[in-house]
Design a protein around this ligand. Structure first.
Ligand code: Z5A
Length: 252
């Protein structure tokens, strides 16, 4: 890879969209192709901060909404320099959830009086406030967003065990992810694909030389192997070739 660095690849998506399944498959495939890869996951429940988050998500502790949001962000900051070192050493970083989940989940919380369909929906935490603590984190080179309808996700194993796994909240989270994806893509210097047909994930990858990340939507409702093949096409050229571009700073 000479003077190039390795790419930072984030997989985002709704609950049960298959992030854990797909990041682990991708890691195996990359390593079989001889590409050093580090798999990371947020929240990282192994750190002291991560243990506080884990206990909150399992509803064994209560925290103010502001506090838990800041803990999720702090959990990323405590690993920010590790991410940068790995990329500079030539290790591809594959990350299961990142700051985008941070905004989508916290900004989807609404005040109790707006939970009935007759009331206007009032967020507890403003979108911009939710984004602020993550400004300046290492920016991924690409975000692969696993998109799935909440009704389909619900049919998959384990849904409903943790605090945020409620269908109404997942629907709001999905809308917020759409907003984040649009804002992220529109801030890209890359021209949008000119073809009117749906481009594959690989066709939508950023060209080297761009100065911001790209947001690629992947249909996660397909079978495991089809999703994995699409992710592989998107990730392999980037991981094989590396990039000359310096590590960006998120939203900075
Ligand atoms: N959160 C937050 O609020 N703020 C933050 O800053 C961050 C996170 C980073 C925990 O996240 C919660 O933290 C989460 C967001 C919030 N809240 N919720 N709810 P987590 O990442 O630790 O959550 P998780 O429980 O480990 O992952 P997940 O999202 O629920 O699942 P997944 O990783 O996307 O899916 P999976 O485990 O790979 O697959 C789920 C099941 O579906 C499993 O039985 C698979 O065998 C099956 N599966 C997978 N793919 C397929 C396909 N293609 N077809 C059929 N079945 C499939």
């Amino acid at each position: 890879m000479s003077s190039k660095r390795a790419p930072f690849i984030v997989i985002e998506g709704l609950d049960r969209s298959g992030k854990t399944t797909q990041t682990s498959l991708l890691q195996s495939k990359l390593e079989s192709a001889g590409i050093a890869t580090k798999l990371m996951k947020f929240p990282d429940r192994t750190t002291t901060i991560g243990q506080m988050i884990d206990s909150y998500l399992k509803s064994t502790s209560e925290l103010d909404d502001h506090v838990i949001h800041l803990l999720f962000s702090a959990n990323r900051w405590e690993l920010a320099s590790t991410i940068e070192s790995l990329l500079n050493e030539g290790t591809t970083v594959l990350c299961d959830r990142y700051a985008f989940s941070g905004i989508a989940f916290s900004a989807s919380k609404i005040v109790a009086s707006s939970s009935s369909s007759a009331d206007p929906v009032v967020p507890k935490l403003p979108f911009e406030w939710c984004r602020a603590p993550d400004i300046g984190l290492p920016a991924p080179d690409v975000v692969l967003f696993l998109d799935i309808a909440p009704e389909q996700a619900k049919q998959r194993g384990g849904f409903g065990e943790e605090r945020y796994e409620k269908e109404e909240m997942q629907a709001r989270v999905r809308k917020l992810f759409e907003r984040i994806g649009e804002e992220t893509s529109s801030s890209s210097l890359n021209p949008s694909p000119s073809s009117s047909s749906s481009p594959t994930a690989a066709e939508r990858l950023p060209q080297d030389g761009r100065n911001t990340l790209d947001w690629v939507i992947v249909d996660a409702g397909k079978d495991v192997e089809s999703v994995s093949a699409e992710l592989w096409d998107a990730v392999y050229p980037l991981a094989r070739d590396g990039t000359n571009h310096p590590i960006g700073k998120l939203w900075a």
